[in-house]
Design a protein around this ligand. Structure first.
Ligand code: SF4
Ligand code: SF4
Length: 314
């Protein structure tokens, strides 16, 4: 067994990487002395599919769910945002924890289903597929490890209904891994990209309105049947969101564009860029003029917009 990078640096658990055929000994059941101990101190990241299931369970919009039940966090410095379950006010317990157990059990998040196994999704820079490995989380308070019930991880995932959750979150994991493995050469995504990522991945109801909008319809060519299907099914819409993000963040075209609208957008963008450059040039000229009037020799290099650019004076 090899030791991977610790996925959560603040975690006291140092995992060993294992495969799906690895056997564990574990059982969690009502009546166990540690009942609910794991839900009393949570650090649970949510996948987009977790949010779709939970907001449906609670009968609220994704926007309200995000506001009421989650906190955003940075998955990596200057990178993409993730979402965690928000614990109770002034405490660390899960807001869904009840004396009899999980209050949203049928729709509990992926991380809760996996426990005491942790999923490690890895992708090498030169690979186009992500590899799934696992780590075992052994915390002193969890007595489930002391129950003599052997089961391998693949069977445990099936038992806990995690396979469907993993399949439906794969597109999101690939986006995150693609961003991480693209390295510093790609740089931090723009604010607009990060906002789009957050909305499309986590706020499915706002993404629904976005796809339904005239502006979206003018730029992307979706067939009437496909659009109707997306508008009627959050899970289909979520998968479409991952395709959409691959297209806008990484240029992987899979949604046909309306050529005329795309061309118009490009022209508008070019006009805006030209305006910005013109305004900057006018500002520079005005500043230089003012400095000359005050008898100061303007240092043009200090007025350049781009560091190390071609604007220099001999
Ligand atoms: S969602 Fe349910 S299982 Fe998960 S931490 Fe909350 S109470 Fe526990
Ligand atoms: S056995 Fe572990 S997972 Fe089950 S209730 Fe106890 S602490 Fe939680």
């Amino acid at each position: 067994m090899s030791k991977p990078e610790v996925p959560f640096p603040q975690s006291p658990v140092v995992p060993n990487m294992v495969e799906g055929d690895h056997q564990i000994q574990f059982s969690c059941h009502k009546g166990i002395s540690c009942w609910n101990a794991c839900c009393a101190n949570i650090d649970i990241s949510l996948t987009p599919y977790d949010i779709v299931r939970l907001k449906k369970h609670l009968g609220i919009s994704s926007t309200d769910f995000l506001r009421e039940y989650t906190v955003p966090y940075e998955m990596e410095k200057d990178g993409l945002a993730g979402v965690k379950l928000r614990p109770i006010e002034n405490g660390s317990a899960c807001r869904f924890m009840q004396p009899e157990g999980c209050g949203v059990y049928a729709d509990r998040p992926t991380a809760c289903r996996y426990y005491p196994v942790a999923l490690l999704s890895l992708r090498r820079q030169d690979e186009y597929i992500d590899r799934q490995s696992y780590a075992i989380v052994k915390e002193a308070h969890c007595k489930g490890h002391e129950v003599a019930r052997p089961i391998n991880i693949d069977d445990y995932r099936k038992e806990q209904g995690v396979v469907e959750y993993d399949d439906l979150a794969r597109g999101w994991r690939q986006l995150v891994l693609k961003k991480k493995s693209s390295g510093p050469s790609i740089g931090a995504p723009s604010l607009k990209s990060r906002q789009l990522f957050f909305m499309a991945c986590y706020d499915i109801d706002t993404f629904h309105s976005f796809v339904e909008s005239d502006a979206f319809g003018k730029l992307f060519k979706l067939g009437a049947d496909e659009k109707a299907m997306l508008m009627a099914d959050d899970v289909e819409l979520m998968q479409f969101a991952f395709r959409f993000l691959k297209q806008v963040m990484f240029g992987e075209q899979s949604i046909p564009l309306d050529e005329e609208a795309a061309q118009l957008r490009l022209s508008n963008w070019q006009v805006r860029q030209a305006q910005i450059e013109l305004e900057a040039a006018e500002k520079r000229a005005k500043l230089e003029q003012e400095m000359l009037e005050e008898g100061i020799e303007p240092d043009v290099t200090g007025l350049c917009d781009d560091e190390g650019g071609s604007c220099s004076r001999d």
